[in-house]
Ligand binder design. Structure first.
Ligand code: ZN
Length: 134
C-alpha cells in the first residue's frame, strides 16, 4: 500500500456498497495515512472505505482449471494405457475401475470408480461423466 502518498480528494479504487462494485472513489477522510471515508464516483454515496474485492470471475476460473486438471489426468491415462484395449461402451456391460471404454460421443474413457448401483464414473477427454452400466 502506498498510503503515505494519499491525501483527501485523491481518487482511489474502493468497493461501493450501493453500486455493489469496485468504483473509483474520492477520499474524504484520512486517518493515520489510511483512507477512512470515501465518496463513490458513480452514485456519490459517502461511505466507509472498503478495499475493492475481487469480482466473481475467480469461481469461473476455478471451474475451468478443474476441467484442465481432468483433461491432464485423461491425457496421462491415455499415455500410460493401451487404448486398443478399450471396449465399446454399452450400458448393459459391467465395468471395473480402470476399464477403458469407447463412447460414440465422448470418445475414449477410463472408469474411475463405481458410483453406486449400475453407475460408474468415467473420465473422458471432456471431463468426468456418470455412465450407466450393468
Ligand atoms: Zn456507488
Amino acid at each position: 500500500m502506498q498510503n503515505a502518498s494519499l491525501s483527501v480528494g485523491d481518487p482511489i479504487e474502493a468497493r461501493c456498497t450501493k453500486c455493489r462494485k469496485n468504483n473509483e472513489h474520492v477520499i474524504l477522510i484520512i486517518e493515520e495515512e489510511a483512507p477512512i471515508k470515501v465518496q463513490c464516483g458513480i452514485c456519490s454515496r459517502q461511505h466507509k472505505f472498503r478495499l475493492p474485492i475481487a469480482e466473481k470471475k475467480p469461481a469461473v476460473r476455478r471451474v475451468v482449471s478443474h476441467r484442465d486438471a481432468e483433461r491432464k489426468e485423461w491425457e496421462g491415462l491415455r499415455a500410460t494405457n493401451d487404448e486398443h484395449k478399450a471396449t465399446d461402451y454399452c450400458m448393459t456391460s459391467a465395468y471395473k475401475v480402470k476399464a477403458q471404454i469407447n463412447h460414440p460421443s465422448f470418445g475414449l474413457g477410463f472408469v474411475q470408480r463405481v458410483a453406486g448401483a449400475q453407475k460408474v464414473e468415467v473420465l473422458f477427454e471432456t471431463g468426468k461423466k456418470m455412465m450407466r452400466c450393468k
